[in-house]
Design a protein around this ligand. Structure first.
Ligand code: IPE
Ligand code: IPE
Ligand code: MG
Length: 247
């Protein structure tokens, strides 16, 4: 196990694209769903570890708007897994002071699954610890289009003037309205793309890719990624000297 000592600067908001469950299973001649089951175990460990480390916001990409187009049996199995996960974990989130919420197109989620997700959100709403956000049926382009539509309605009704549309006000119409932009994004499984995740919010996020498939991602891998984050210089368009306060 790697020590925590090196972790002087944690990301305030950590986002993760949990990828590679299917390939993990295939490499072991197992069905994809077994990979998803193992992936849930990783979720539990990573949530606990991030909460213990003191990360304020953890956002996990669990199911994309495009994932609905996977084979029906896989989609059904994923929804069932999600339901079992949330039923089993709600109490622990209450006890661990974790506040749970979802982002994405909730109207597409099965009503029974949504019921337990909302229950978890309600029961943890008063918690003051880490905010755990699950992105479900989530697509960033859809989110941005939906935000634009809501803004257009406000303008048409005369409640908002076009001049009032700024970066800051626009962001308030996104699903992530109560979250700061992610500081660090981890994607597992070696794929180096964003896959329609948080397109607006990732503008200045540090990106990190690991070859490990999500079921093989563990505490040591998380610490390794977070140690790597320490060495990143975030310039936000400025020069290195400016950032270091030399000018
Ligand atoms: C991530 O693993 C989980 C979801 C997208 C739901 P995948 O299912 O995408 O696994 P691979 O990428 O096919 O290996
Ligand atoms: C992205 O993974 C979505 C989630 C991790 C939930 P995918 O496996 O769906 O992404 P692509 O299709 O490889 O880009
Ligand atoms: Mg994948």
């Amino acid at each position: 196990m790697m020590p925590h000592g090196k972790l002087s600067k944690l990301p305030t908001h950590l986002a993760i694209i949990m990828d590679g469950n299917g390939r993990w299973a295939k490499a072991r001649m197992l069905q994809r769903i077994i990979g998803h089951q193992r992936g849930v175990e990783t979720v539990k460990k990573v949530v606990e570890e991030c909460s213990n480390l003191g990360i304020r916001y953890l956002t996990l990409f669990a199911f994309s708007a495009e994932n609905w187009f996977r084979p029906k049996t896989e989609v059904k199995a994923l929804m069932l897994l999600l339901k079992h996960y949330i039923i089993a974990e709600t109490r622990r989130m209450v006890e661990d002071n974790i506040r749970f919420q979802i982002i994405g197109n909730r109207s597409e989620l099965p009503v029974d699954v949504l019921h337990y997700l909302d229950e978890a959100s309600r029961l943890t709403a008063g918690n003051s610890g880490m905010i755990l956000t699950l992105a479900l049926s989530y697509g960033a382009r859809q989110e941005i289009a939906a935000a634009s539509k809501r803004i257009a309605v406000e303008v048409a009704a005369g409640r908002l003037s076009p001049e009032e549309i700024t970066e800051e006000s626009f962001a308030r119409y996104l699903d992530t309205t109560n979250l700061p932009d992610p500081d660090f994004l981890i994607r597992t499984s070696g794929e180096m793309r964003i896959s329609n995740f948080l397109l607006w919010q990732l503008a200045y996020t540090e990106l990190y890719f690991t070859e490990k498939n999500w079921p093989d991602f563990d505490r040591d891998e998380l610490i390794k990624a977070l140690v790597h984050f320490q060495s990143r210089e975030r310039r936000f368009g400025k020069t290195s000297d400016q950032v270091k306060g030399r000018v």
